[in-house]
Design a protein around this ligand. Structure first.
Ligand SMILES: O=C([O-])CC(=O)C(=O)O
Ligand SMILES: [Mg+2]
Length: 648
């Protein structure tokens, strides 16, 4: 049997493999910075499987979204599972990472049908069936991937319960990864709400009951002291993006503990589908330090540690060990996206690791970038510059203060007015009312920059009346807080009030699209974090955009990866906002849409990636040299394609 030391190497785009080399040598290859480690044993079916291996390697070389066009390759000797060959790019993290304690067979025959990375189901051709011992294992018919997509869509549409659709999609991902991504990419507008918000929220709430297969790495307090070892248990070695949560603030649903895993899994499937990052380069991680959710602690199906959350030093040490282990195992160019941490950790983690790691907080930075982009587009409808508008937020956490800061930064760049001044155009309301100077002493540190001079105001409605904002942004995670009175108050002071209800999932949205249009008498420019269907009001159909960080993070991450960026910089967020806003057409705007349709997201992601990468080069933060001439086509050429390849 011909097997690979961790078969998943195959799924990593590969730069080359050679057999029987045991001496350390080095050579130039024109291909990416990824690795293969192949292990041959004495099984007689080796040669059969080899053809799969070679073709798969070829396929992956063709399909490799790697930043490197040329890397030095080394072969060295390992002693795992028999005669060994190992090839790895020099910019891989450490050689040691390829010494793994076990091997996995690259399947042919029945196991091939059970391997989601290579399985093509009924799309295996006659020749492939003959060559790979599949004859008789499949019914006679051979169908195309296109027909498979059609069939799956038909099947999924039979389910009327969103969670069933979600489970059908997860099953597909476990069965046939390429078909899953093909389906998602080709039907992105229909399937985004299934694999992402709002359904992923319900999936997390019920994750214990629907859990079937681990889709990511669970790192709990039990793993303290051996997180590096745990990382090595993950079958993929060349990781480019990690999305990590500790489950404490999942969407607007609160503490879901270990069951927050649905979020990194969902985000990373968008990284691949929307941003073209190879699925095998994506690692979902949930850090389990317990949960304070009493219901989950009592739930017999709960999958996490049954204890209250560790905090303070215990928490910090676990996170620190994780961050160090990631860097040690995957190198410093792996992107770590923090997702759905509670406010009290999110800001500190970003500040702490922002100077040592390539980190990005999606809720603070991704949401900020997508909202700023929507505002740039909305200004084309309402007129004026950013600095001529007044902003009021409900919610002063990660999203609220993150967006506020990016708006203030952009205003400052546009007007040459210091940040301290531009911030004064932005007001935030939290659970205690308007954030004003007299509350300064009791405010959490991330709220302090927003404490401006004014009389205290106790609630949102009074704040709208007092501030008379032109833009109202909901980022509190609390649903139904933009009441009729609030929307009417916005509409009484604005011809076209801009109203963004960002909280997710739909149940937590500050108001519905229908409410926004009805209560503003059809004048609101509205977008929301979770999608709403078009609304008919007074004979006119109103479509609203989805102000969701899903527009940003996939392209943003791609831009970081293709430039080999080593740090995230705020100017990259601004670049991403501009790139996205440029994709909004006149026609979109005429229809009240301040975001382009998701149907074009791969092209949009390439544009975002190019602008982000260009900024990384400009700032001297890019390590992939020389800079490609045409970054947009380079980004496109690096994107993962879910089309099948032939295994001849
Ligand atoms: O996941 C989403 O839909 C957007 C997001 O980051 C959040 O709400 O936390
Ligand atoms: Mg989030």
């Amino acid at each position: 049997m011909y097997s690979l030391s961790q078969s998943s190497f195959l799924k990593n785009s590969l730069s080359g493999v050679s057999r029987g080399l045991t001496k350390s040598t080095s050579k130039k290859v024109s291909a990416p910075s990824v690795a293969v480690s192949a292990v041959s044993s004495n099984d007689r079916s080796g040669d059969r499987n080899l053809s799969v291996l070679e073709n798969t390697l070829k396929e992956m070389r063709e399909n490799a979204p790697s930043p490197s066009s040329s890397v030095v390759m080394k072969e060295s000797e390992l002693t795992v599972g028999g005669g060994v060959e190992d090839v790895y790019g020099e910019d891989s993290a450490t050689e040691d990472q390829y010494i793994t304690p076990w091997t996995v067979t690259v399947a042919s025959g029945y196991p091939l049908l059970r391997d989601p990375h290579y399985n093509k189901g009924l799309a295996f051709t006659e020749k492939e069936r003959d060559a790979h011992f599949l004859s008789g294992l499949l019914p006679p018919v051979v169908i195309s991937q296109h027909t498979q997509v059609k069939k799956m869509m038909h099947n999924i549409r039979q389910y009327h319960v969103p969670l069933q659709r979600y489970m059908a999609m997860m099953d597909l991902q476990e069965r046939n990864e390429r078909l899953f991504y093909k389906l998602l990419i080709d039907n992105v507008e229909e399937l985004l709400p299934v694999v992402y918000t709002p359904t992923v929220g319900e999936a997390c709430q019920k994750y214990g009951s629907i859990f079937r297969q681990p889709q990511g790495l669970f790192i709990s307090l039990k793993e303290k002291g051996r997180i590096l070892e745990v990382l090595k248990n993950w079958p993929e070695k060349k990781i480019q993006v990690i999305v990590v949560t500790d489950g404490e603030r999942i969407l607007g649903l609160g503490d879901l503990g270990c069951q927050g895993m649905g979020i990194p899994v969902g985000k990373l499937s968008l990284y691949s589908a929307l941003g073209g990052i190879r699925p095998s380069a994506c690692l979902p991680v949930t850090i389990d330090v317990g949960t304070n959710n009493e219901e989950l602690l009592k739930d017999e199906f709960y999958i996490g540690l049954r204890q209250r959350r560790a905090t303070g030093q215990e928490y910090a040490e676990l996170l620190d060990e994780f961050m160090s282990a990631v860097k040690q195992n995957y190198g410093e160019k792996v992107l770590i996206q923090f997702e759905d941490f509670a406010n009290h950790n999110a800001f500190d983690l970003l500040a702490k690791y922002g100077t040592t790691h390539l980190v990005f907080n999606d809720d603070i930075q991704g949401t900020a970038s997508v909202v700023l982009s929507g505002l740039m587009a909305a200004l084309k409808l309402v007129g004026g510059t950013l600095a001529e508008h007044t902003f009021l937020f409900l919610g002063a956490g990660e999203a609220g203060t993150g967006i506020a800061e990016l708006i203030a930064l952009e205003m400052s760049k546009q007007t040459n007015v210091p940040l301290e001044e531009t911030r004064k155009k932005i007001w935030l309301v939290d659970s205690k009312g308007l954030i004003v100077r007299s509350r300064m002493d009791s405010l959490q540190h991330f709220k302090k920059p927003w404490a401006h001079e004014r009389q205290p105001v106790r609630n949102l409605l009074d704040a709208v009346k007092a501030i008379k904002p032109t833009v109202l942004i909901g980022s509190s995670g609390a649903g139904r807080t933009f009441t009729k009175e609030v929307v009417e108050a916005m509409s009484s002071v604005n011809e076209k009030p801009i109203i963004l209800a960002l909280s997710n999932p739909t149940s937590q949205s500050e108001c519905t699209a229908e409410e926004a249009y009805k209560w503003s008498d059809g004048r609101a420019i509205f977008a929301s974090g979770s999608p709403f269907d078009p609304v008919e009001y007074k004979g006119k159909v109103f479509s609203s955009g989805q102000a969701n960080n899903a527009y940003i993070f996939p392209g943003f991450g791609l831009g970081l990866i293709i430039s080999g960026a080593i740090r995230v910089h705020d100017d990259m967020l601004l670049a991403a906002s501009e790139a996205l806003a440029e994709q909004v057409t006149e026609e979109n705007l005429e229809n009240g849409l301040i975001y382009p349709p998701f149907a074009n997201i791969r092209k949009i992601s390439a544009q975002i990636a190019a602008k982000v990468a260009a900024k990384a080069y400009e700032l001297g933060l890019a390590t992939r040299l020389p800079q490609p001439e045409d970054l947009v086509s380079y980004a496109e050429s690096c994107m993962y394609s879910p089309n099948y390849h032939s295994y001849r």
